[in-house]
Design a protein around this ligand. Structure first.
Ligand code: R2B
Ligand code: URA
Length: 302
């Protein structure tokens, strides 16, 4: 962990009881008795939609002998469940939404682990999601090596008129390799590579089917081929920020696992059938669960 990256000026006052921390978008605070049940958290799993979070929590509970599932009271922003050492939380779509979830969850981990950096570093983080494949067919699952923005530079934010805050979008190699190992023999189509996270589904992904169109068929193809030549294997909307923020605190174990819904070299619209989409989502969930089982349950079948 990197102590210097942590906002201790604010967070240590929460530990001493000088003031509470209100995780507003999750509808809980550090004074909420509900959080006492989460002290043993070992993994934080994020996904875009609340429905997926509920399914993941039920599945993990079943694998843990029907462990109690704790539901956070507020669900109008993010849906959150905790069971058997794993906190499952939705983050919505895009980096503005997901950054709120990630920052509040990081603060929560600091509180839950009482600022103990070693205990915090035992926590595994992952986002499981969907993406557009770059040269990969629908159904392929990408475990990200590095998260970048659409210009192949790392995540950054405006620092007022003074410049930009830069971040590091690398995903830890050891975690990625452990995920691949946990899935050996699963038959699932898994690759690893760089992922770009965009601020928009249409324009920054060079789609030609948005309400607004900025590119031609040629410039779109050129962009996607440039990405491919630079090792990018998929496009989504959160990964660059996720890695950036977790690296700021120096977490050593986090990953992103995304199913490709389509091959962007071949099209823009998501035309897979509901059954296919369901299968893609199941497969990326399986990749996560194969790893979670090996990490927290010592392997074993479902
Ligand atoms: C993947 O899918 C969503 C857009 O459809 C977005 O949250 C993402 O990263
Ligand atoms: N999510 C994205 O952000 N882009 C796609 O093409 C598919 C899913």
């Amino acid at each position: 962990m990197k102590a210097e990256g942590i906002n201790r000026e604010f967070l240590d006052g929460v530990l001493t009881g000088a003031h509470p921390d209100v995780y507003y978008h999750f509808g809980v605070s550090s004074e909420d008795p509900l959080l006492e049940g989460l002290r043993d958290v070992r993994a934080i799993i994020m996904a875009g939609s609340g429905g997926r979070i509920k399914e993941f929590a039920e599945r993990w509970s079943a694998l843990n002998g029907g462990s109690e599932v704790i539901a956070f009271p507020k669900e109008d922003r993010f849906v959150t469940r905790y069971t058997a050492g794993v906190l499952f939380a939705s983050h919505g779509m895009g980096m503005p939404s997901a950054s709120i979830a990630v920052q509040e969850l990081m603060r929560m981990v600091y509180f839950l682990k009482r600022g103990d950096l070693e205990a915090m570093d035992q926590v595994f983080w992952a986002r499981v999601g969907t993406s557009g494949g770059v040269g990969l067919p629908g159904g392929t699952i990408v475990v990200t090596s590095e998260g970048l923005m659409a210009d192949l530079k790392p995540y950054r934010l405006l620092q007022g008129a003074r410049g930009v805050y830069w971040f590091d979008g690398t995903f830890p190699a050891a975690t990625r390799e452990a995920i691949l190992r946990a899935n050996e023999g699963s038959g699932l189509p898994i690759v690893s590579g760089k992922t770009i996270a965009t601020n928009e589904f249409f324009l920054e992904q060079f789609r030609l089917d948005g309400a607004i169109r900025m590119e031609t068929a040629e410039s779109k193809q050129e962009f996607l081929e440039w990405l491919h030549e630079n090792g990018v294997r998929n496009i989504e909307m959160e990964g660059a920020m996720l890695a950036a923020y977790l690296n700021s605190w120096g977490f050593s174990s986090f990953a992103m696992i995304c199913a490709c819904l389509l091959n962007r070299l071949e099209g823009d619209q998501v035309t897979s059938s509901p059954d296919q989409l369901h299968q893609f989502s199941e497969d990326s969930g399986d990749v996560l669960f194969n790893y979670l089982r090996s990490l927290l349950l010592g392997g074993g079948g479902e």
